[in-house]
Design a protein around this ligand. Structure first.
Ligand code: THU
Length: 160
């Protein structure tokens, strides 16, 4: 029997003001998108913004539904739109901001497992890392150099 250790190395910025300008402006777009979230059931709103290699910025937010599982997370709303509109573009980075509509959210909110899997699909497809930044409404901003870094043992087309 062998033990295998898998490491995940993240970078943490103390707050939004520490972000490089280009990342800060992408996070601002994510925040604007979050403001348009449709989240009457969870009262938890999420915004995502993607920068493509053609310079386009695609945003999305969570869209909920009275039939709960029919709703969709912000990250997937954004990435599926990017994939449908710009199938040949590569995604350089994604900024995510999330928080409760009821109480302050000061800790970084990572993308859920289903969104990680969805983002992984595009990272594998483009064969180049998608850089991720995520935060709460305020406080620390976490960076991951790639999606794969956030999803060890990811399932992809090589297994099919
Ligand atoms: N949500 C996202 O939009 N992204 C995530 O990665 C986690 C959760 C949404 C789904 C639902 O509308 C609300 O947040 C509460 O789970």
């Amino acid at each position: 029997m062998k033990e295998v250790k898998i490491e995940c190395i993240l970078q943490a910025y103390d707050d939004f003001d520490e972000l490089p300008t280009e990342v800060a402006s992408l996070m601002t777009k994510a925040s604007e998108a979050r403001g348009k979230s449709y989240s009457p059931y969870s009262n938890f709103s999420v915004g995502a913004a993607l920068l493509l290699d053609n310079g386009e910025i695609i945003t999305g937010n969570n869209q909920e539904n009275a039939s709960y599982p029919s709703g969709l997370c912000a990250e997937r709303t954004a990435i599926y739109y990017a994939g449908s509109q710009y199938p040949d573009a590569k995604i350089i980075r994604m900024a995510i901001i999330a928080g409760s509509n009821i109480r302050p959210t000061m800790s970084p909110i990572p993308p859920c497992g289903a969104c990680r899997q969805a983002i992984a699909e595009y990272e594998v497809k483009q064969n180049e890392p998608i850089e991720l930044y995520f935060m709460g409404e305020t406080g620390k901003v976490v960076r991951s150099e790639s999606l794969a870094n956030l999803l060890p043992l990811l399932f992809d087309k090589s297994f099919l």
